[in-house]
Design a protein around this ligand. Structure first.
Ligand code: SIN
Ligand code: MN
Length: 263
């Protein structure tokens, strides 16, 4: 699959790109069907919300489940990433589902991913791409990601480590910087039915509010990083930044079409 020139232009201009209907209802059903078993596991890969026992993010999924082992090699994710980066040697840095359950899903503070990749993992350049697939309908009510349009253009913003707001340590962007960037570019919260995909870069400032609605909002997230830009510090566990730098090879477009969700 190749992105069109106007899609590449929009990605370069705004810093993110929405791809409606990239995955079918059947493919999403297959991915969703694996979540109850994965979320039920008491393992370090499952981070739970600060105020409840509910899973906030479930990591290392391609090593824990055969469907997600295929999703991380799906050509509808891998091909656009290779095209944007002009590099076909990308490794799976992270593969997770951010659950944000109904009523209990907590916020993700304003941040950009490279701050954590750089400070924690010694990644040198903000090249990694974050590729999302909505596994639930994402609405204005259930905690959508909010992007600050164009916030990727002026280089990495100042950050500070926040260990208190949620259960997940995050290098975050302060309110003054957020206010300045929003004044320049405005905000946008991509919404859409299950199967919608999103691509954004490593210094794109984003966050998401708590889910106070009765509707869950699970999103699959794959981070692909060029092998030549791999982590140089190995402080975090493998599931937060995988140490297998073998380049991913895309599978066939029908790699999720071979079985039913009931598998
Ligand atoms: C993230 O920024 O990694 C998570 C955002 C979200 O799931 O809302
Ligand atoms: Mn993020």
């Amino acid at each position: 699959m190749r992105l069109k020139p106007e899609q590449l232009d929009r990605f370069q201009r705004d810093g993110f790109l929405t791809l409606p209907g990239l995955f079918s209802a059947k493919e999403v059903a297959l991915m969703r069907a694996r979540l109850p078993r994965l979320f039920a596991e008491r393992v370090p890969e499952n981070f739970r919300e600060k105020a409840s026992d509910v899973v906030r993010t479930a990591m290392g999924l391609h090593l824990r489940d055969d469907v997600y082992a295929r999703v991380v090699r799906h050509p509808r994710l891998v091909d656009p990433a290779m095209q944007i980066l002009g590099d076909d040697r990308l490794y799976v840095q992270q593969a997770k589902v951010n659950a944000k359950e109904a009523f209990t899903g907590e916020q993700w503070q304003w941040h950009y991913d490279f701050a954590t990749h750089h400070h924690e993992d010694g990644v040198k350049k903000p090249l990694a791409l974050n590729l999302h697939i909505f596994l639930d309908e994402v609405t204005e009510f259930n905690g959508p990601l909010i992007f600050i349009r164009g916030s990727h253009r002026n280089g990495p913003a100042p950050t500070a480590l926040d260990l208190v707001s949620t259960s997940y340590p995050l290098w975050t962007v302060g309110n003054d910087t957020v206010a300045r960037l929003v004044a320049e570019g405005g905000m946008e919260a991509p919404k859409g039915p299950p199967g919608t995909a999103l691509i954004f870069g490593d210094i794109m400032v984003h966050g998401s509010p708590a889910n106070m609605s009765p509707h869950p909002r699970s999103i699959f997230s794959l981070i692909l990083n060029p092998v030549g830009n791999a982590q140089t510090r190995f402080k975090r566990p493998d599931h937060q930044h995988h140490r297998d730098f073998t380049p991913v090879t895309p599978l066939g477009d029908d790699c999720l079409a071979m079985e039913s969700a009931a598998a």
